[in-house]
Design a protein around this ligand. Structure first.
Ligand code: ACO
Length: 321
């Protein structure tokens, strides 16, 4: 049995901030941001929360799957920007949607979170624990970003995407490749809230995202092609048989470089980062749901999903739609 996607959904905040707006906050320009990243605008939460967007995306994916809420046995939310330290966003989404029969928990694997969730859901389905799983990537990165740091605040956006996976004898997840390297955690990190314990001597730092952009860039262009080749080789599928390579939406130059290294045409690498920016764990499921809504995905299509992010973490999976 493999996990197969049978429904998708996404939710973006209403408010759209373009690059010109960011140029009113920090010293930057539309030209610099678009040329270095491909990003022109991003949706930023004003009323929305990680929980509300996760629930909305999950509700849409559930409706698209045709399943009833009680039929979901597993609910995973991948996020680094939960609204509450505890309970998990997944438990709050469970309550909103009435997923009474689901085991619900969050995972934190940054931009690779959705791929980690696919892997866990596939393993739970293979083990017989459940037949149907709902997985969500949801982020409000706007609350983790230092809005005075022009090297990071221009990159990120908010949103959520979701998919329902069901046990299937045919198609679905054909192969996977995941990795992590905690020795490089300082390349990209975000401190938690300052420690208020009067007995603790370590001073609290504001919880903002800090990143060595060039190190992340080099890591991504080296690692993504290797894990994509790995999933192709494991399944005995050639790159030419793949209809789309759906990559984490961090930077168009990273995606173009990966396309070149894989020897595949750029039009097989869909992008939404011009409008959405980098939405971390939400990036892959939002793009997948948008492609599905646009009718780009047909039964039997082979897709590779791949991502990378803080941890460092990375991964890929090969799916048959
Ligand atoms: N506007 C104008 N100038 C800027 C801006 C800005 N927004 N940001 C940085 N600069 C300046 C720098 O200060 C620097 O100036 P200096 O030469 O006077 O010192 C100059 O531009 C070049 O800066 P670099 O950091 O070398 O720029 P680079 O070409 O590397 O682009 C970028 C930076 C876009 C961040 C790139 O490195 C990148 O995309 N890296 C990958 C980041 C990424 O994917 N992160 C997400 C990971 S996913 C996750 O887990 C959340």
């Amino acid at each position: 049995m493999n996990a197969k996607i049978i429904g998708t959904g996404f939710q973006l905040p209403v408010y759209v901030a373009d690059n010109d707006y960011l140029a009113t906050l920090v010293e930057t320009s539309d030209e610099w941001i678009a040329e270095r990243t491909g990003i022109r605008a991003r949706h930023l939460a004003r009323e929305e929360t990680t929980t509300s967007m996760a629930a909305d995306a999950a509700r849409k994916a559930l409706a698209a799957s045709g399943l009833r809420a009680e039929e979901i046995g597993l609910l995973i939310v991948a996020t680094i920007s939960s609204d509450t330290e505890t309970p998990s966003t997944a438990c709050r989404v469970q309550a909103e949607l009435g997923l009474s029969g689901a085991l619900a928990f969050d995972i934190n694997a940054a931009c690779s979170g959705f791929l980690y969730a696919v892997h866990i859901a596939d393993a739970f389905i293979k083990s017989g624990f459940c037949r149907n799983a709902l997985i969500v990537g949801a982020e409000t990165l706007s609350k983790l970003v230092d809005w005075t740091d022009r090297s990071t605040c221009i990159l990120f956006g908010d949103g959520a995407g979701a998919a329902v996976l069901q046990a299937s004898e045919k198609g679905g997840v054909l192969s996977q490749s995941l990795g992590s390297d905690g020795s490089r955690w300082e390349v990209l990190f975000c401190q938690g809230r300052p420690n208020g314990n009067p007995l603790c001597k370590t001073a609290g730092q504001p919880g903002y995202m800090r990143m060595d952009g060039q190190a992340v860039f080099k890591f991504a262009v080296r690692t993504v092609p290797v894990c994509v080749e790995d999933v192709l080789q494991k399944a005995g599928v050639s790159g030419d048989e793949v209809k789309y390579f759906v990559l984490h939406q961090a930077n168009s130059r990273i995606i173009q470089s990966v396309a070149k290294r894989l020897g595949q045409p750029e039009d097989k690498f869909p992008m939404n980062l011009a409008q959405c920016g980098n939405t971390s764990a939400a990036s892959l499921p939002i793009l997948l749901a948008q492609m599905n809504e646009e009718g780009k995905l047909q039964k039997g299509d082979k897709l590779v999903l791949s991502g990378f992010g803080a941890g460092l973490t990375w991964g890929a999976c090969l799916l048959e739609w």
